[in-house]
Design a protein around this ligand. Structure first.
Ligand code: MSP
Length: 513
């Protein structure tokens, strides 16, 4: 039966252009959406931009544009990139939208009226990059924020606070009783260790004298809402939770995707906020590591070591970028990225899938007038090769959404391409073609190869949507509604043409120099 699956990405800060890290989480979300669609479910994907707080404010002040213009332009950079990446999002949240602001205000007023928000003075170390107060133990040996490599400022001010401690025990038990709530599980352990010590009250306001870009507190006009308190609510404001009669049905199968930098807000603050609001936690948090750029440190706008996704798309195309990212980030930690690694990834695709399609279709065209020999009866070994490939894809698609599931899918695509390329090479159809007595074997080899290609292209749809459709189209398979159909021997005796190469040789340009 069809069910909703709600998949979210973090909403991204608009203080700079999007980079590969932003592209990755959004591509992962899109791949998951496509997997759910293929399974016949009804996935909804929400992404967007986080447009308040000091970081955005400072960038806007530096550029000197009116704030609305600045936010609109910056947010458009993300939308444009996501369009180029073939991201099929259903919602694009902008926290500056009136609909979002109203919901945040209503939640704040409700918590305030119930005595869950209190005012007091606070002095602490503040990292602007994280938009968070830090404890000494959060800093590295030089007293710097490990993610942003800057010394946090000492800030003392009156603010409003939301008490987290009363919910700590509940959250600990929830995580212990739901071991897959945070996946991969090592991140659940990390969160449990954050819950060993009493939780400090969460400062949920910023004085307007310091931060003017934010949602005014409904009960004190001298303050704006702390950016994280505002941003996390996007996950329910995007569904218009109070007015949406399907909210519960959608929420019960919801997945938050995020990198480990924002584990604490998502896995400590957010479930506690939801508990106070009266909503159960998200179904699952899927956490991934960092893309490590040149210099061996996390790629980030503030560190200036970013790979520009638009440049990569210009050079190797969207699908090769999608494949590299989904194939190289796995559940064990961080992953390296550089231009030369991306080019290497492109060549692997060209030699694998690209070569497989081209050699099979060319020989078909040359010897059988381009007509698929669908009528030929395959040997048991040929059928077994196809069945093994089919079973491997079926078993991956049967899994619940996770980082490792998507990663395994990419590995299986690569493996299947090498397997079939190996089969094709060892059967030597170009020699069989010359001997009329081997005509039956020739047809069997071609049919097996093309059937395998159709399985691989179907399985690859969530990872490389455009390439997948190109391959399926080249085999005359309809692509309006690609589903998890891994039945073997589906091809018809139709005439097909040799298409352009999927991964043409790269011109010696842009990226390599
Ligand atoms: N605005 C907050 C999120 C609020 S969600 C309620 C924020 N924005 S961000 O622009 O800094 O984006 C952080 C997210 O972008 C990460 O959690 C991850 O999804 C993605 N990435 C940004 N840099 C990354 C890497 N270097 N590596 C992997 N993912 C990264 O935090």
């Amino acid at each position: 039966m069809s069910q909703y699956t709600f998949i979210t990405t973090p909403i991204y800060y608009t203080n700079g252009a999007p980079h590969i890290g932003h592209a990755y989480t959004t591509i992962l979300a899109d791949a998951m959406k496509k997997i759910e669609q293929m399974k016949g479910n009804t996935p909804l994907l929400s992404t967007g931009t986080d447009e308040h707080g000091q970081k955005n404010q400072h960038s806007c002040e530096k550029i000197g544009k009116p704030i609305d213009v600045f936010l609109e332009e910056q947010s458009a950079l993300f939308k444009n990139l996501f369009n180029r990446l073939n991201i099929d999002y259903d919602f694009f949240v902008r926290t500056s939208a009136a609909s979002h602001k109203t919901i945040v205000s209503r939640i704040l007023q409700n918590l305030y009226d119930r005595g869950l928000i209190i005012k007091k003075n606070y002095e602490g170390l503040y990292c602007e990059g994280c938009e968070q107060f830090k404890k000494k133990c959060d800093l590295d040996e030089n007293g710097l924020c490990p993610d942003h490599q800057v010394k946090p400022k000492v800030i003392s001010e009156e603010n409003y606070f939301f008490r987290l401690e009363p919910y700590r025990q509940w959250l600990k038990e929830y995580i212990t009783n739901n071991p897959d709530w945070i996946t991969p599980r090592n991140y659940a352990k990390e969160v449990l260790s954050m819950l060993e010590e009493p939780l400090e009250d969460l400062c949920i306001s910023r004085p307007k004298s310091r931060v003017w870009l934010g949602i005014e507190l409904p009960f004190d006009k001298n303050f704006v809402t702390y950016i994280w308190f505002d941003a996390l609510i996007n996950y329910i404001s995007t569904l218009d939770w109070e007015n949406n009669e399907k909210f519960e049905e959608i929420w019960k199968n919801s997945y938050h995707l995020l990198a480990k930098d924002i584990l604490k807000p998502h896995c400590v603050y957010w479930p506690i906020m939801l508990k106070a609001i009266g909503i159960p936690p998200v179904h699952r948090c899927i956490v991934h590591g960092y893309w490590i750029g040149e210099g061996g440190i996390k790629m980030s706008k503030s560190l200036g070591n970013v790979v520009d996704p638009n440049e990569v798309i210009d050079s190797i195309g969207t699908d090769a970028l999608r494949f590299y990212l989904l194939n190289n980030m796995n559940s064990t930690g961080d992953a390296p990225i550089s231009i030369s690694l991306l080019l290497q990834g492109y060549r692997i695709l060209a030699n694998g899938l690209g070569n497989l399609q081209m050699r099979a279709l060319k020989i078909l065209d040359k010897n059988l007038n381009g007509i698929i020999p669908a009528e030929v009866e395959l040997t048991n070994d040929d059928k077994k090769l196809l069945q093994d490939i089919s079973d491997s894809f079926k078993s991956i698609y049967a899994q619940d959404l996770s980082l490792s599931m998507v990663n395994e899918l990419t590995n299986q695509i690569t493996n299947a391409c090498s397997l079939v390329n190996g089969y094709f090479s060892s059967e030597e159809p170009w020699i069989l073609a010359k001997d009329p007595s081997k005509s039956n074997r020739f047809k069997q080899v071609l049919k097996t190869t093309l059937e395998a290609l159709s399985l691989i292209a179907t399985a690859a749809y969530p990872i490389m949507p455009k390439i997948s459709k190109e391959v399926l189209n080249s085999l005359n398979i309809p692509t309006e509604n690609i589903i998890t159909d891994f039945n073997i021997e589906k091809l018809k005796s139709e005439k097909i043409k040799v298409p352009e190469p999927l991964f043409p040789p790269l011109e010696k340009k842009v990226l390599e120099n």
